[in-house]
Design a protein around this ligand. Structure first.
Ligand code: C6P
Length: 412
C-alpha cells in the first residue's frame, strides 16, 4: 500500500458533521461499514438540499424569472466544481446523469451504436460490477461485437500480461473500474489506458469506488470516459456525472430524446443541442446536483491525501485484525487498495454473519456485491464486506473484530 503524507485528522470533529452516525441501532451505537455501497452525508449536503427547496426551487435553463436563474446558476456551479474535481479541460465535457450505471449505459448505447461493428471487441475485466458488464453485453449482442475479459489473479489484481495479449486491432473499447467495489483493488488504469490507445481503442473508467478516495485527473490519465456517482462521494443519491472527451461526445448520437437536448424540432426533423445538453434530456435531478457541490467542497477541504492516508491506516488495521481471527479468510489482498476488505468464514454463511453483526449495530454488506463473475472466480457465493470512510475509527474496527470472533466461537 502506498505511503501517503497528510495532515492528521480530528475524527470526532468529522463525525460531528454526520447526523446519521449518532444513533443507536438494535440498542448499540451505529458502526457504519457499508461505505462502498453508499457513504453518509455531511450536514452541509443535507442543508443544501433543504435550502434549494426552501428558497430556489425552479426548473433550470428554461425560465427567465429570478428563481429559475438562481437554480440554473447553482446547477451550473456544480458542473464547474466537478470539472475542477477531475481536472477536465472543458466544462461541456461534464454531463449530469443518475450516476455510474446510467453513465456507462449512455456510453455503451451511444458510442456502441455509432462505432461498434460485427467482430469488434470490447475488453472488460473480471473485477467489474454488473453495471460495467451488462450494458456492454446488451450493445455487443445488438452490434454482433464480442466481449473479452481480463482475468484476475488470486490476490485480486488484474493479470496485465493477459491484458496485453488480448488487446488487438479488433479492440474498440476497454472498460474497467478504477477501484474494485468487492475487493478494493486499485487498478493500474494509466497503463491500461496507454496500452488501449496504442491499439486504437477508447477507454471508459468506472470511477464509482475511486471518487471519494483517489486523486482523479482525467487529462493526466488521458481516459476517454470517466463515470462517477455522487452518493459514493458524500453527495446525494440519484445523480453523478459522465466525463467524456469533447471530440468523442460531439460525434456520439443522443442517448435519450426530449426537452433540453434539442435545438429545433419539426415533425420532419430535429436538430440537437450543443454539449453537454445534448445528453441531458428532460428535467434533471436539480436539487441533488446542486447539493453535490457541498460534497465536493467537503472532500476538497479535507484533501484527498489526508482522506486516503487515514483510510489506509484503517484498512491495514482492519485487515490485520480480521486475518488474525481463526477461520477468517480475506478475499482481496492486492498491494494497492482503497479501504475495502472482504472476507469469508468457511462453514458460516455470509448472510448469517451480516445479520449477527447488525444485531450488534454494525452495518456491513454481504452477498456478491453485484460482481457475480468475480465471486465465481474465487469459487464463492459471496463475502462479508467492510468498507471504511473518513469518519470511521479503529475503536469501531475493534468492535467488528470482536463481533466476528464471537460469531466464529458461537457457530463452532
Ligand atoms: N456499487 C456496492 O455496494 P450506481 O449504483 O450507479 O451508483 O453505481 C454502480 C456501481 C458501478 N461500479 C462500481 C465499481 C460500483 O461499486 C457500483 C455500485 C455498490 O458495491 C452498490 S451495488
Amino acid at each position: 500500500m502506498s505511503a501517503l503524507t497528510a495532515t492528521p485528522i480530528n475524527v470526532e470533529q468529522i463525525r460531528a458533521q454526520f447526523p446519521v452516525l449518532h444513533q443507536l441501532v438494535n440498542g448499540k451505537p451505529l458502526v457504519y461499514f457499508d461505505n462502498a455501497a453508499t457513504n453518509q452525508k455531511p450536514k452541509r449536503v443535507i442543508d443544501a438540499l433543504a435550502h434549494y427547496y426552501e428558497h430556489d426551487n425552479a426548473n433550470i435553463h428554461r425560465g427567465i424569472h429570478t428563481l429559475a436563474e438562481r437554480a440554473t446558476k447553482a446547477y451550473e456551479a456544480t458542473r464547474l466544481a466537478m470539472q475542477a474535481f477531475i481536472n477536465a479541460k472543458h466544462t461541456e465535457e461534464i454531463i449530469f446523469t443518475r450516476g455510474v450505471t446510467e453513465s456507462i449505459n449512455l456510453v455503451a448505447a451511444s458510442y456502441g451504436k455509432a462505432f461498434l461493428n460485427e467482430g469488434d471487441e470490447v475488453i472488460i475485466s473480471g473485477l467489474e460490477h454488473h453495471s460495467n458488464i451488462v450494458p456492454w453485453q446488451l450493445i455487443c449482442e445488438e452490434r454482433k461485437a464480442v466481449i473479452k475479459v481480463i482475468p484476475v489473479t488470486d490476490a485480486g489484481e488484474l493479470d496485465m500480461d493477459a491484458y496485453r495479449k488480448v488487446l488487438s486491432s479488433k479492440t474498440k473499447v476497454v472498460a474497467v473500474n478504477h477501484a474494485s467495489n468487492s475487493l478494493g483493488t486499485i487498478n493500474p488504469v494509466k497503463e491500461i489506458i496507454k496500452l488501449a490507445h496504442q491499439s486504437g481503442a477508447v477507454v471508459l473508467i468506472d470511477g464509482a469506488q475511486a471518487s471519494a478516495h483517489l486523486h482523479i485527473d482525467v487529462q493526466e490519465l488521458d481516459c476517454d470516459f470517466y463515470c462517477i456517482s455522487s452518493h459514493k462521494m458524500y453527495g446525494p443519491t440519484g445523480t453523478g456525472i459522465l466525463y467524456g472527451k469533447k471530440a468523442l461526445l460531439e460525434k456520439m448520437p443522443p442517448y435519450m430524446g426530449g426537452g433540453e437536448m434539442i435545438k429545433d424540432v419539426t415533425f420532419a426533423k430535429t436538430t440537437y443541442n450543443d454539449l453537454p445538453y445534448k445528453f441531458e434530456a428532460g428535467t434533471p435531478n436539480i436539487a441533488d446536483v446542486i447539493a453535490l457541490s457541498e460534497a465536493v467542497a467537503f472532500i476538497n477541504e479535507l484533501g484527498k491525501d489526508t482522506i486516503a492516508a487515514y483510510e489506509q491506516e484503517l484498512l491495514v488495521y482492519a485487515s490485520e485484525k480480521l486475518a488474525g481471527i481463526k477461520g477468517v479468510r480475506l478475499i482481496g489482498t492486492a498491494k494497492e487498495k482503497v479501504s475495502v476488505q472482504s472476507f469469508v468464514i468457511d462453514g458460516i454463511h455470509h448472510f448469517d454473519i451480516g445479520q449477527m453483526l447488525d444485531a450488534r449495530g454494525i452495518a456491513v454488506r454481504t452477498g456478491h456485491h453485484c460482481t457475480q463473475p468475480l465471486m465465481d472466480r474465487f469459487g464463492i457465493e459471496g463475502t462479508v464486506r467492510a468498507s471504511f470512510s473518513i469518519y470511521n475509527t479503529k475503536a469501531e474496527i475493534d468492535q467488528l473484530a470482536e463481533g466476528v470472533e464471537r460469531i466464529v466461537n458461537f457457530m463452532k
